[in-house]
Design a protein around this ligand. Sequence first.
Ligand code: SF4
Length: 83
Amino acid sequence: MTKFMRWWLVAKVLYFREKCIGCGVCVGTAPEQWEMSFTDGKSVLKNAELRKDVFVLVIPSFASAVNKQAAEACPVKIIQVLE
Ligand code: SF4
């Protein structure tokens, strides 16, 4: 697989967790990437890396649609999916 092909096959999910209100919609929409924290009641973007104030997760492009649905459904709009 070439670098170019790898570039096509990934998307990024950005999560600005500080403003999460813990509604759980993202977890219900995309449970493969999201779960609720029992510690603070906010959602967790599984396996994401914290970069400054944003959690970042690289996902296969085929998983971007469901995460876009989560981003659209999030009432405080703190999820972004970059392709
Ligand atoms: S949908 Fe948004 S506000 Fe609700 S738990 Fe997920 S990230 Fe937090």
